[in-house]
Design a protein around this ligand. Sequence first.
Ligand SMILES: Cc1ncc(COP(=O)(O)O)c(C=O)c1O
Length: 368
Amino acid sequence: MPDEKFKDVKDLFQPWVMEAPQYSIAGCDVAWEHPELGRMFLNENPIRPSQAVIDAAMEALTKANWYPDRMLRLRRKLADLHGVGPENIAVANGSSETIDAMMRIFMKPGDEFMCSVPTFEMFPSRAGLCGCTTVQIPLRESDLQYDVDAMLAAVNEKTKLILIINPNNPTGIFIDDADLTKFCELGIPLCVDEAYLDYHPQVEAKTALLEKYPHVFLSHTFSKAYGLAGVRFGYVVAHPDLAEAFDRMFLPWNVSLMAMAAAEAILDNPSEIEEKVRYNNKWMDIFVKELEAKGLKPFPPHGNYMLVDGSVTGKTSQEIVDAAKDMAHVLIKTIKPIHGNNSYFRVTPGAPDDNERFVGFIRTYFGS
Ligand SMILES: Cc1ncc(COP(=O)(O)O)c(C=O)c1O
């Protein structure tokens, strides 16, 4: 028993540590414990890394007694993807690390971070852990696009950082360039999260914005189209001063030798990424057709996830997700009510068998 003269340890924490919205990864425990259930809830890539990527990571493991360097060769390769210099790149232990670092670079307790609702829940969580408030502006009711007017109207002197996910999660919708420019023009730090852009290469990364707007930066990840979520690798494209701030905020040696080697190996083999994107988009087309045939409304899937409005069925999000688990043995994602509609769910293509079972589920559960 601790001595009574000591305070309860929780009273020693900064108040916001336990008050911040928690981003729980408990769902991953269920998925790992039950490999028989198709993983279609986390926006993962169902295709394993190629042998070349595995070999590169294994080879790096043989040198794991040494600390990594600053990865200049890898930074150059990433810079080439965007037509910028290595000084514009900072490398992260997954883009979740970028989310964490950006809060600490721009915000102090009491400041406001602005994003939409729904959004990727990691953002409000990491803002809260800096003692900051997240101002979440609902998506437009008519089309679930960013409500640009409402967001601009809510900007005030406490707004220190704004987020636009493009395409957005969970809707999969792109923001118009003209609307994005309105946020850039505010002069407030703006994160453009392009985690899913590789699934829709017809739309270019917004690198050109960096020339005019040094407070705008891009966040990328290898967890999605590159299929390396378990490796943890992401990067920031930013003005050199901002890239340096990220480098300072990230931990030294934040990216392991193995992650670095895997990232470089897949960059050297772009056809592996193209194949993964083709697989995803093929299944997305199938899901859209099957869902529409049942009168459901899937949103245009520009990433590796699809938001579906299941309200014609009269079922709740939870009921649909539970039924998919029971009947098809697949894990899909519940979505909190959007404008009072509690029937949205989100699904990501899994392995071929999982996808077949999901298609069977659509056909039987959603009636004739
Ligand atoms: C919009 C968005 N950004 C970032 C991430 C985090 O990705 P990472 O695995 O790179 O941390 C996700 C993960 O789902 C996401 O949806």
